[in-house]
Design a protein around this ligand. Structure first.
Ligand code: BGC
Length: 424
């Protein structure tokens, strides 16, 4: 950690040259980071950032808001409105550009130039982190959303192969259901329903995914392809058990790991949670991409990143520099991502050492293949495509569809388009 302190000393000398007060020079770097990782493996992963920050001489505080990204975004908005903008906040996708346009976020260009971020950050992330050509966010990771976890016990018992298309998936579920078991482990929440639907739309029709979920094209939302996707989702709700309400994603994961449900569709934060609970890949579960009907490698990308709001207290300003430096360091990228289930945002980290699992190594392999095949998309469900107001409107329709089986696929497609149009 000595190198971080060295840089702080250098920036203190720079501050002296600029005539900054001695109070500023004695500043102890501080932060209070607002984020969504309140429990379990997620809390354990972010704790590694706090530990590194403290080891480098910083004073670490965090404000963890449970209940997924929407709650964190709401807290951010109210903090800024009340004149209490957070020193550091976990922020993603187009919200980064949106907040940047308010002129209140800190510019990280000097640090990025000094540390050569342009050369090491995964190219897929750069436009998100530099929305107007300037660095405003420090990327922590790359998460893959389209993972299908299979119960090894159930596949073996029923002689099933991991399904690779939606037709194969449905056929496998029919077999599982006929054997008296639950096919899909699921916990109903707007974001987890949307996570499943991300994979369904993408796997059935990648062009539709791009138009509807990346471009918010409401004609695409009304299309027959979207109706077909809702029909597939309706079928999948039938493959879930009756207990989906109030069940967390960790509990759903456990059902699959314990052989109580055949499949679980969820991003690779599951890998972290499975590791923490002692489940073993290849023994308890398998991880494969969710089905695609177009026969290639699929990758739905999600990335966590940190944005810094301008502060007047020099200790918090120093803390921002230190935090950004630590986030971008290869050491943090290994420790955090091993604990988070994701892969580094830097391309120069070797995943064959340091404790990355096979699933994580497969994620990097498939990311590269998907880029080469031109199939990479960003995740709507995980705030990587459209602004929260559109995402929230879409999630409401998707989650209502999951909860209420009297809503037809045709009605859902129409409501999806109307809900988004109402926000325009
Ligand atoms: C975040 C992950 C988090 C997951 C589940 C995603 O949107 O990017 O960091 O682990 O949600 O809470």
């Amino acid at each position: 950690m000595e190198k971080y302190r060295t840089t702080i000393r250098i920036s203190a000398i720079a501050a002296l040259a600029l005539g900054t007060s001695t109070a500023a020079l004695n500043a102890q770097p501080r932060t209070n980071m607002l984020h969504q990782w309140a429990q379990g493996s997620e809390a354990a992963a972010i704790a590694t950032l706090g530990e590194m920050f403290e080891a480098a001489g910083g004073v670490w505080e965090q404000t963890a808001i449970s209940g997924h990204t929407s709650n964190t975004l709401a807290k951010l908005r109210s903090d800024v409105v009340s004149g209490n903008a957070p020193a550091a906040v976990q922020l993603k996708g187009p919200e980064i550009a949106e907040w940047d346009e308010t002129g209140r976020t800190a510019n990280l260009d000097d640090l990025a130039a000094a540390e050569g971020w342009d050369a090491v950050v995964a190219p897929e992330l750069i436009s998100v982190m530099k929305p107007n050509g300037h660095w405003v966010a420090a990327p922590m990771n790359i998460h893959r959303v389209n993972w299908l976890y299979s119960s090894k016990a159930i596949l073996d018992e029923l002689g099933l192969a991991v399904p690779t298309t939606w037709a194969e998936f449905n056929a496998a579920c029919e077999t599982v259901i006929a054997a008296g078991k639950t096919c899909i482990a699921h916990g109903a929440a707007d974001w987890s329903d949307a996570t499943t639907f991300d994979s369904v739309v993408y796997g059935m029709d990648i062009d539709l995914y791009r138009a509807a979920f990346q471009e918010a094209d409401t004609e695409a939302m009304r299309s027959q392809g979207m109706i077909d996707a809702f029909a597939q989702l309706r079928r999948m709700v039938g493959y879930m058990d009756d207990g989906i309400n109030g069940r967390s994603w960790e509990q759903s994961m456990t059902m699959t790991m314990e052989g109580e449900a055949a499949f679980f569709l969820m991003g690779d934060w599951t890998v972290a949670s499975a590791n923490l609970a002692g489940y073993v890949e290849g023994v308890d579960y398998l991880c494969n991409q969710t089905p695609v009907d177009w026969g290639g490698t699929g990758y739905i990308l999600n990335a966590d990143s940190v944005v810094f709001f301008q502060q007047s207290d020099p200790e918090y300003v120093e803390g921002q520099q230190l935090l950004a430096q630590i986030i971008m360091s290869p050491e943090f990228q290994v420790t955090f991502n091993v604990a988070k289930g994701s892969i580094p945002s830097r391309t120069d980290v070797d995943l064959s050492v340091g404790g990355f699992t096979q699933c994580q190594q497969d994620s990097l392999r498939d990311l590269k293949a998907s880029v080469a095949e031109g199939t990479l998309v960003r995740s709507m469900a995980h705030n990587m495509t459209v602004l929260q107001k559109y995402r929230g409107a879409m999630m409401e329709v998707i989650t209502e569809f999951v909860a209420d089986d009297s809503v037809t696929p045709e009605e859902a497609a129409e409501r999806l388009a109307e809900a988004v149009e109402a926000q325009m």
